[in-house]
Design a protein around this ligand. Structure first.
Ligand SMILES: C[S@@+](CC[C@H](N)C(=O)[O-])C[C@H]1O[C@@H](n2cnc3c(N)ncnc32)[C@H](O)[C@@H]1O
Length: 367
């Protein structure tokens, strides 16, 4: 088993090197309009943006920045396959430009652009980030009528290009079954609120410190497992440090990434080389978490009817009976445009662990 990956250094407002109808899933996070750390980048795209930021014309700057992103969404409409998904992580911005403080609703502007292109909007996920700062309030503090609520969440916007995907032949159905998630994972992942902690902020490379904004591995990993199957092609047009690519490697998907800043090359390479370990850790965590879930369910006296064929452990539904994970065996990365990943066919077995409480239920002996 193999997967293939490619990083294209270039501007994703033009995706000439990405074929039409070649992408099953997009997972990405663009630079956020009206967030100061991205002003310089947006200003480099157009002198009108630079002028409106300089002159503190907020509404104009907001619209012009989105017009640049619109070009990327338009290209996605070309490269995404019919029935493919697009997941966009975006935060709104609050900012005082000139005299007035206001919200710049990036998520609604992007939704509007995607719907205009013909993508179907699906229910969104609110990513709640924990904020530790006690001084997070904005505005007039304890005095009414002049304070603003803080932004403590970002959005994961989800779109589909056309109708439901069909899995028609036996091979496609088998692959879909092997790509399934556990029942308890489904219950958490398909909730509309994700509480995931912190984001790696520093890259350790001074020139990239301000332009990193990597998202944590868990985020693309969940989305890839929710909206694609093994062997699919995942695309991130704003690749940054390569988190989406790593999540695709671990999830046995192919990936393409685009990034305009070539200074990210070393970081992406470093991250790719952690994927063998990341794959083994991720599989272990999923299996261990499943084991803990099953134990607690059996200890609570619940029956579990089904059995996974490959791991010989109980699962709640028939749809989980063929789940299997292949750990990364070897990564060959001659250069970032040709990365090949080989997977082991020797799937990991659960360690034998006995439940802590007394229970004579024969199902528990399976552990
Ligand atoms: C919010 S960051 C994405 C971080 C990424 N999710 C990660 O985990 O590292 C946005 C990235 O998009 C890149 N970028 C911005 N505009 C671009 C464009 N037009 N084409 C390609 N890359 C772009 C930036 O250099 C930055 O690395």
């Amino acid at each position: 088993m193999n997967s293939r990956h490619c990083v294209l250094f270039g501007d994703s407002r033009k995706m000439d090197d990405v074929e039409e109808n070649s992408v099953d899933l997009v997972v990405t996070s663009p630079p956020y309009p009206m967030i100061e750390m991205w002003d310089e980048l947006f200003s480099s795209f157009s002198s009108k943006i630079a002028a409106s930021v300089k002159n503190k014309e907020g509404a104009q700057a907001f619209e012009l920045m989105h017009k640049e992103l619109d070009q990327v969404w338009r290209e996605l409409n070309r490269v995404v396959k019919p029935s493919g998904f697009v997941c966009i992580n975006i935060g709104d911005a609050t900012r005082k430009m000139g005299q007035d403080f206001q919200l710049y609703s990036n998520h609604s502007r992007i939704t509007h652009a995607m719907v205009k292109l013909g993508f179907q909007p699906l229910p969104v996920i609110l990513w709640q980030k924990s904020t530790n700062s006690p001084n997070k309030f904005m505005g007039s503090g304890m005095l009414p009528a002049g304070a603003y609520v803080t932004l403590e969440h970002e959005y994961i916007l989800i779109f589909r290009k056309g109708g439901k995907r069909e899995f028609s032949c036996a091979q496609q159905k088998q692959n879909r079954n092997e790509s399934a998630m556990f029942w308890e994972e489904r219950n958490t992942w398909y909730s509309d609120t994700w509480r995931l902690k912190g984001v790696r902020q520093n890259t350790g490379k001074d020139n990239l410190r301000q332009r990193n904004a990597a998202f944590l591995f868990e985020l693309p990993h969940r989305l890839i497992n929710m909206y694609s199957v093994k062997g699919d092609t995942v695309f991130d047009p704003f690749l940054g440090t390569g988190t989406t690519l790593c999540a695709a490697i671990v999830s046995e998907r192919n990936a393409i990434g685009m990034e305009c800043d070539e200074n990210f090359a070393d970081l992406i390479t470093e991250n790719i080389h952690t994927c063998a370990m990341l794959s083994s850790e991720t599989i272990n965590t999923r299996l261990e978490t499943h084991k803990a879930f099953i134990l607690s369910r059996l200890e609570a006296g619940r029956q579990i009817k089904h059995h996974n064929l490959f791991y010989d452990f109980p699962v709640v539904t028939r749809q989980e009976t063929q789940i299997r994970f292949h750990p990364v065996l070897q990564i060959t990365c001659e250069n970032l445009s040709h990365i090949s990943v080989e997977y082991s066919t020797d799937i990991k077995k659960l360690p034998v662990i006995k439940p802590q409480v007394k229970n004579t239920d024969p199902q528990l002996l399976l552990f």
